[in-house]
Design a binder for this molecule. Structure first.
Ligand code: 5CA
Ligand code: ZN
Length: 402
């Protein structure tokens, strides 16, 4: 897939701190200690509708991590997928009469434009499920005795992985509820365990399919991310990321698929909170979406959208509203005024404070408060506005230039 262009990262003096992240699997904050190259896999979109502010918030969270790791002196190997073949995409294409491939291409293109507009650092590898089918097929072959056939569909036996359940840490009851809610088929007769997910779905009439040693069909969802992450990062890699709606079943299943062939998957599982609107999770099925492209076309500044989303900690569920945006716009004007002044308060203290806040589980509200304080403090240092502008740009991705 074609990736979007990277924003500039102005150089900063010194280096950032090791980053502590809250890991869902251990239910605790821990310092992830990557090697020279930190590696992260962030689940990409299912391209059947435009990027909404919930998607944007999740990708911004991992953009902060990417920036913090680079600032700490690491290279970053960043892989993202596009789920360009899956039930919701085919259902939408059928509803609207559009070709599924055309729909996926159009929405993927829109997403990349939205990400570039928001100054999100692009992944190094941006891989569609369809182009990954050969990888997925060979992974399923390596899963051997963990995979079984139900009327031509291949399922993964969750009980073949002794570590199954270790990512999301949920009770059996919670797992059953979420599996049914999020695309699973617990009641299908012939399955060994109600939680077993499909890894290869045989061809259905009217649906696209690809040849494989298991017959014509298409890949399951979880195995897509396992295959792409294993091929393009190798295991273990440092961080598996996404919104908290992916912890179970998606990240649990993806990890289990990898466990049975390679013994490991990600070192830490990091999850962003859900963005809501009108009191509900922003979701395609609820139809309560605020699209990034709509704000973009209305002439809203990307810096204000970033600032609005970063004003809340990435792990917190939150509500989007016009007020949240207005508050961010006012804040940005205060920052702009301070950055345009001929002199200001010592910005090396600001740099240290922003680094310290980001290293603490990407505490963006704390980092923003440090900028507020800098902007409100008078000072005589002529280098301060320039350095502060670079700190805000490189570490927070917010360009104060109009
Ligand atoms: N293609 C799969 C992942 S492999 C998928 O979940 N696609 S998605 O388009 O539904 O979501 C893309 C990303 O946005 C996921 O990380 C998801 O957790 C996140 N996301 C979806 N809705 C919201 C929301 N309302 N708030 C925050 N993040 C969200
Ligand atoms: Zn995924």
């Amino acid at each position: 897939m074609r990736v979007w262009s990277a924003p500039d990262l102005p150089a900063l003096p010194g280096t950032g701190l090791p980053v502590r992240l809250y890991d869902t699997a251990t239910a605790s904050p821990r310092t992830v200690e990557p090697g020279p190259t930190a590696s992260m896999y962030v689940c990409g979109i299912t391209p059947y509708d435009a990027t909404h502010l919930g998607h944007a918030a999740t990708y911004l969270a991992f953009d902060l991590l990417n920036r913090a790791w680079r600032d700490a002196g690491h290279g970053v190997a960043y892989v993202q997928n596009v789920t360009d073949i899956d039930d919701p995409l085919l259902e939408r294409a059928t509803e609207t009469g559009e070709n599924w491939r055309a729909l996926a291409d159009r929405e993927t293109e829109l997403f990349t434009e939205d990400m570039a507009w928001l100054r999100v650092l692009p992944p190094d590898r941006y891989i569609g499920a369809v182009e990954a089918i050969p990888l997925i097929v060979s992974l399923i072959q390596r899963m051997e005795s963990s995979v079984y056939d139900v009327d031509g569909d291949l399922y993964f036996s969750v009980r073949s992985d002794p570590a199954f359940g270790s990512v999301a840490g949920l009770s059996e009851r919670q797992m059953h509820e979420l599996f049914a809610e999020r695309g699973g088929d617990p009641d299908r007769p012939g399955k060994k365990d109600p939680l077993d997910p499909v890894v290869w779905q045989r061809a259905r009439p009217g649906e696209p399919s690809w040849d494989s040693p298991f017959g014509a069909g298409r890949p399951g969802w979880h195995v897509e991310c396992t295959a792409i992450a294993m091929e393009h990062l190798g295991v273990p890699f440092d961080v598996q990321g996404g919104g908290n709606d992916l912890a179970f079943p998606h990240h649990e299943m993806s990890a289990s698929h990898a466990h049975v062939v390679a013994g490991s998957f990600a070192t830490a599982y990091v999850h962003a909170g859900m963005v809501g609107f009108d009191g509900e999770k922003m979701s395609k099925s609820l139809g309560n979406l605020v699209f990034v492209s709509k704000l973009r076309h209305e002439g809203v500044e990307p810096a204000a959208v970033r600032l609005a989303l970063l004003a809340t900690h990435y792990r917190a569920d939150r509500e989007w509203s016009q007020d949240v945006l207005t508050t961010a716009q006012q804040r940005m004007e205060r920052w702009r005024a301070a950055a345009a002044a001929p002199a200001g308060a010592d910005a090396s203290r600001l740099l240290a404070a922003v680094r310290e806040r980001l290293a603490d589980d990407l505490d963006s509200p704390g980092a923003l408060a440090a900028v507020d304080e800098w902007a409100a403090t008078p000072g005589a240092d002529p280098d301060a506005p320039g350095l502060a502008t670079r700190v805000i740009d490189t570490l927070l991705g917010i360009s104060l230039a109009k």
